[in-house]
Design a protein around this ligand. Structure first.
Ligand code: MN
Length: 430
């Protein structure tokens, strides 16, 4: 029996108000898609089976390097965070797994597992943190971690990653994501080649400790906190890492970790082609690593990424099973609402990509009909697939309108009374 954070009859009451309109909209969309040769039921089933993991750090209010403005009823620690994650999953039925971050979420592994089980939540990739110093650690990461010039500092950073694997094993995780802040702020500060050699040697030590059924994700990021050079700055370096380490090593693509206007969908296609796409950190951005809600700025780009994923899925690419995770920081919204919306936007992009007429697209590509090829994608993107998303949620026991149901539940007000304001919410940007 799952511990539901919002009374299910409240969700049912809200759904009842919306059921007739949804039925009409779903039938109308079904008729429209049928004329295109698309079976709406097949799309709805696929959408219902598509899940994205939420980040534990995403349910706390984030901040910038200027300030953090705490929200009311913020989670005080990992167990409160898991409660909030359960609310998101209850209403969306799209987020059954949580991605933890160590040391922010450090707790007794048996208690973590028991709490997850009670809430009906599982655990996705573990995230290590060697981009900040934990209280009382022997060696500082001010000048780097896995690539540090000092062997003892590197060993400490490796040891931390091994601890993340151990915690992950105990709670059912199957992957470790490594993002480091290592890099330099000044030309000449760091020897590019020697630093990368040290990084690769440290990662090889972590790789050796990886259980057989685990994956190691390395995450690239162009800049920040290092502003001149970053060790794992782009997908090319990331690919070299995954190739060098071995078959359990994959590249993780965080949408915000690229220069503006980078063709991310093409990077995704390349990594798929060479078997090294590990997964995603979904978010959106206008300028840099803005960590805005998925689909908030450029929903077409999100669709184009999913267009590549669905293309690979339908071509039957071998061992194609990328991890879908959100990595966001919410500064001005209720994080639960932002994560609900983001999960829906990610499913929306998937649904739109599922209805692309791939046979027609292939024909236009063969015939060099650029205009019609582009229109074929746009036609799918323009479709309002909200009735499919809502119906998938409804059938799974979620909310037809999850934001409305969440607001009607008064959950935030209730937890605000139980959770006194704290200065450290554990929100973070990676
Ligand atoms: Mn990330």
């Amino acid at each position: 029996m799952v511990d539901l954070k919002i009374a299910q009859d409240l969700v049912a009451t809200d759904n009842d108000k919306r059921a007739a309109a949804l039925k009409a909209d779903y039938e109308a969309l079904g008729a429209n898609l049928a004329r295109r040769g698309v079976d709406i039921e097949a799309v709805t089933r696929k959408v219902a089976e598509f899940f994205v993991a939420v980040p534990s750090w995403g349910v706390g209010t984030g901040g910038t390097r200027f300030a953090r403005f705490p929200g009311t009823g913020e989670p005080r620690g990992i167990f409160d965070k898991l409660d909030d994650c359960a609310v998101i999953n209850q209403l969306t039925q799209a987020t059954p797994n949580v991605s933890l971050h160590i040391p922010w979420d450090k707790a007794d592994a048996r208690e973590l597992k028991a709490k997850g089980d009670a809430l009906g939540l599982g655990f996705d990739a573990m995230n290590s943190n060697t981009f900040s110093d934990a209280l009382g650690q022997a060696h500082s990461y001010k000048y780097g971690s896995l690539s540090h010039t000092d062997a003892a500092t590197r060993a400490q950073a490796v040891e931390h990653n091994l601890e993340c694997i151990e915690i992950g094993r105990a709670i059912g995780s199957k992957a470790l994501t490594v993002w480091i802040g290592d890099g330099s702020n000044f030309p000449g500060q760091s020897h590019f080649t020697k630093a990368f050699e040290r990084y690769l040697a440290s990662m090889a030590d972590i790789y050796k400790a990886l259980p057989d059924d685990w994956k190691l994700f390395s995450e690239h990021k162009m800049y920040e906190p290092a502003f001149y050079s970053t060790i794992v700055q782009d997908w090319g370096t990331n690919y070299l890492i995954a190739q060098t380490l071995g078959p359990k090593a994959y590249c993780l693509v965080d949408l915000g970790h690229h220069a503006p206007n980078t063709n991310i969908e093409m990077i995704v296609a390349r990594l798929i082609q060479f078997g090294k796409l590990g997964g995603f950190h979904f978010n959106d951005s206008k300028y840099g690593d803005d960590d805005l809600d998925a689909g908030a700025i450029d929903p077409y780009r999100l669709f184009l990424v999913f267009n590549e994923l669905v293309d690979a899925e339908q071509r039957g690419v071998n061992d194609f099973n990328p991890a879908h995770m959100i990595d966001q920081s919410h500064n001005v919204t209720d994080p639960i609402e932002s994560l609900i919306n983001s999960a829906n936007e990610i499913r929306r992009a998937y649904a739109q990509a599922l209805i692309v007429d791939r046979k027609a697209l292939d024909g236009y590509q063969q015939d060099n009909d650029a205009l019609m090829a582009s229109e074929t994608l746009k036609r799918a993107y323009r479709a309002d697939v909200e009735p499919i998303l809502a119906e998938a949620r409804r059938r799974a026991g979620g909310a037809i309108d999850p934001i409305a149901a969440y607001r009607a539940s008064g959950y935030r007000k209730k937890v605000a009374a139980e959770r006194p304001a704290s200065v450290a919410g554990g929100g973070g940007i990676i």
